[in-house]
Design a protein. Structure first.
Lengths: 242, 457
């Protein structure tokens, strides 16, 4: 069974248009049903099948719809048309430390973030030390997050998110966390997961990284699939762009 | 189920509700009458023959009520009350007006010493002087009150509310309206449930995984609310107490509101009302305010309105401590009926979650709802008997208030706490219907629209 099936997915957004100067314009737009919003197609008819255990990369320029695709796979967004099926537990590393409250301490945030990801409190209590060790934040456990450096926050987020070996790991440009030593640690952890049979979906602007990690790559351009295939083939073509 | 089938189910439910409502009204009426006569008078200082306009049931002829009162007075007067010395009868012409005295009767020594029904009856008949009925009013009084003063100085009060015929008819009509509304709601719920039951099970199944999140978020809300205040969560107790002092002072002294134990009366109403409005308005903006989180991770979105409702519920539990203090100070007795207060409160919670989900959904797409709802809650407050007794309402207003779901939650909670009576089956049924109907509607509306939330926040 393939881990992720993306089936003719189209995603449309409403672009905010806040400026309306007068009543007349308001009424006209109201009648034309385009008040405040204008449609924008972020993804158009994208299809892909990702097999279990595969490491799949997505490349593309800014605004090509990479992150949107990841959000669709992780369930944050629902497609306007088409369907996305994911078989297995997903750990999304799209935004580290989503739901961190900067007024609260690292300890409180750790449990909070754990429950955001759907882990039980008992489970978090057991793994508490392990997470703090990995994030190298032992001395700062009871310091409010607002006093943390951005690197520290990211480290904490990464440690919680990669706590469990998920069946599907979704990675969005987060390997640029902390100093280079920590980055190596992160990459090692992700590679451990890959070795353990986890399906990985990576978005990165670093072509070297993609080439090093991935087996297959999709190239998105303005919401459409430009190319899907072997890593060298696609990356080679993508490089020609510059 | 086809369109016709759905319509049939809804109509059937409405019909059943009307039949049930009328049946319940009849049973209630009969039972109340029976209970009135068996009231253990000696145990209580104040005996309410009927506390509010609604418990003397719709459709009742004032003369029948009067005769009930007469039988009652006779029994007390002759049997249990042979030491009574003075008996005063008061009446009011309209709801809300103070009582004025109709007549005052001193019990003659013959009655007191004779202690036999025969002599007593004769004396009683003689004393009344009006065709044998002890209490007979020529005017169409809205309510009457009878005070006994015992030999040792203990006084007893018996009050009866007599409905005038116009209001009686309206009462019946309102019962039909309420039945129609509730029956329709129940029917709609069944239809929707039948169509969505499989989806709902999956949807709510995920809750097991995420209930820790709910707990954590509520705990965080509480922590944040009282951060850096010196007396912390004691504000939750102190705040209602201070409020109560102000309101009691204003309404008892300024407006001369004639309600026994006004402080407790107000506080019980306030607790429930404030909980529901705080919960629903919190839930309404919860999705908008959690935009940052919703955009980043997948969480079942109903967690957010639920979080706000549970948070308000916990807050209300704190204010119950304030209520407890007031009850102790004012010596409102504690009875086993207090153990039943979770029933109206939990049903109110369910109701709030459902309404909150509907509001949250609406607020995502139309921010206007947020502004509208503040006005609505104000209207809602005046349509809920929090600071006024139901007796001051008449005709149309009375019926409107009885359609207000909050009336039932407030009233049954108040009954348990202040009047030591258990809400009857009809009241519990209405509360449950509102709660489940709102919950079901909320879940369905929310679920249908939740995938589009992210595009609008």
């Amino acid at each position: 069974m393939p881990a992720i099936v993306i089936d003719h997915v189209t995603m449309k957004f409403n672009m905010s248009k806040e400026r309306i100067d007068n009543m007349k314009e308001y009424l006209i737009k109201l009648l034309k049903h385009q008040l405040f919003y204008e449609e924008f197609t972020a993804l158009e008819d994208v299809s892909a099948t990702i097999e279990t255990g595969e490491v799949f990369g997505i490349v593309g320029l800014n605004g090509s719809g990479k992150s949107t695709l990841l959000k669709l796979v992780s369930g944050i967004l629902k497609p306007t048309a088409g369907s996305v099926t994911a078989n297995g537990t997903i750990s999304p590393l799209i935004e580290l430390g989503a739901g961190f409250d900067f007024e609260m301490t690292a300890r409180e945030n750790l449990f909070m973030n754990g429950s955001v990801l759907g882990y039980s409190r008992e489970f978090m209590r057991k793994r508490f030390d392990e997470i703090i060790e990995f994030a190298e934040l032992r001395e700062f456990v009871d310091v409010p997050l607002k006093n943390f450096s951005s690197g520290m926050v990211a480290r904490l987020g990464f440690s919680i998110a990669t706590l469990v070996k998920p069946e599907i790991l979704i990675v969005d440009e987060i390997l640029a966390v902390g100093d280079f030593l920590f980055q190596q640690k992160c990459e090692k952890r992700i590679q451990e997961m890959m070795a353990g049979g986890t399906t990985v979906l990576i978005v990165s602007h670093s072509i070297e990284q993609i080439e090093r990690l991935c087996s297959r790559v999709m190239w998105l351009e303005k919401g459409k699939v430009r190319m899907v295939g072997e890593v060298h083939e696609v990356c080679g073509a993508y490089r020609q762009l510059s | 189920m086809g369109k016709k089938g759905k319509l049939a189910v809804i109509c059937a439910c409405m019909l059943l509700a009307i039949l049930f409502g009328q049946g319940v009204a009849g049973i209630q009426q009969a039972r109340e009458k029976a209970a009135e006569l068996r009231y253990p008078l000696t145990e209580l200082e104040t005996v309410n023959l009927s506390r509010t306009g609604d418990s003397v049931t719709a459709g009742e002829d004032p003369q029948i009520i009067l005769s009930t009162v007469n039988t009652y007075v006779k029994e007390i007067f002759l049997e249990s009350f042979d030491t009574a010395e003075e008996l005063q009868i008061f009446y009011t012409d309209a709801a809300g007006e103070p009582f004025s005295e109709e007549k005052s009767i001193f019990v003659s020594p013959e009655v007191k010493t004779g202690n036999s029904t025969e002599t007593g009856n004769a004396a009683w008949q003689g004393g009344s002087g009006r065709g044998g009925a002890f209490v007979s009013l020529e005017r169409n009084a809205a309510a009457l009150r009878i005070d006994f003063t015992g030999a040792v100085g203990s006084s007893y009060r018996l009050s009866a509310v007599v409905l005038n015929p116009v209001r009686t008819a309206a009462g019946n009509f309102s019962m039909v309206l309420v039945s129609l509304l509730l029956g329709g709601l129940a029917g709609l719920s069944i239809v929707v449930f039948a169509a969505e039951r499989r989806n709902l099970r999956i949807y709510l199944g995920a809750f097991r995984k995420y209930h820790y999140l709910l707990e954590d978020m509520v705990a965080r809300d509480i922590k944040l609310k009282y951060r850096r205040s010196i007396i912390g969560f004691f504000w939750s107790i102190l705040n209602p107490l201070l409020m109560m002092c102000v309101i009691t002072a204003v309404f008892q002294n300024l407006f001369r509101m004639n309600v026994d134990n006004f402080a407790v009366y107000y506080l019980t109403g306030w607790c429930v009302f404030n909980f529901v409005t705080e919960a629903t308005s919190g839930a309404m903006t919860s999705i908008l305010n959690s935009g940052a989180l919703i955009r980043k991770v997948y969480i079942p979105k109903y967690i957010f309105p639920m979080q706000k409702c549970v948070f308000s519920f916990v807050n209300m539990l704190f204010s119950l401590a304030a209520l407890l203090v007031v009850m102790l100070v004012l010596r409102v007795g504690f009875t086993w009926r207090l153990l039943l207060i979770p029933v109206p409160l939990l049903l109110a919670l369910v109701f709030s979650v459902g309404l909150g989900m509907i509001l949250a959904t609406a607020a995502v797409f139309f921010r206007d709802v947020i502004h509208l709802y503040t006005v609505f809650t104000m209207v809602w407050m005046y349509l809920t008997p929090i600071i006024y007794p139901m007796e001051i309402l008449s005709g149309a207003m009375f019926n409107i208030v009885k359609m207000n779901p909050l009336y039932y939650y407030v009233d049954s909670f108040r009954r348990l706490v202040l009047y030591h009576t258990v809400p009857d089956a009809a009241e519990i049924g209405i509360m449950a219907a509102w709660a489940l109907g709102s919950m079901l509607m909320g879940t369905v509306v929310f679920k249908k629209k939740q995938d589009r939330f992210i595009l609008f926040i």
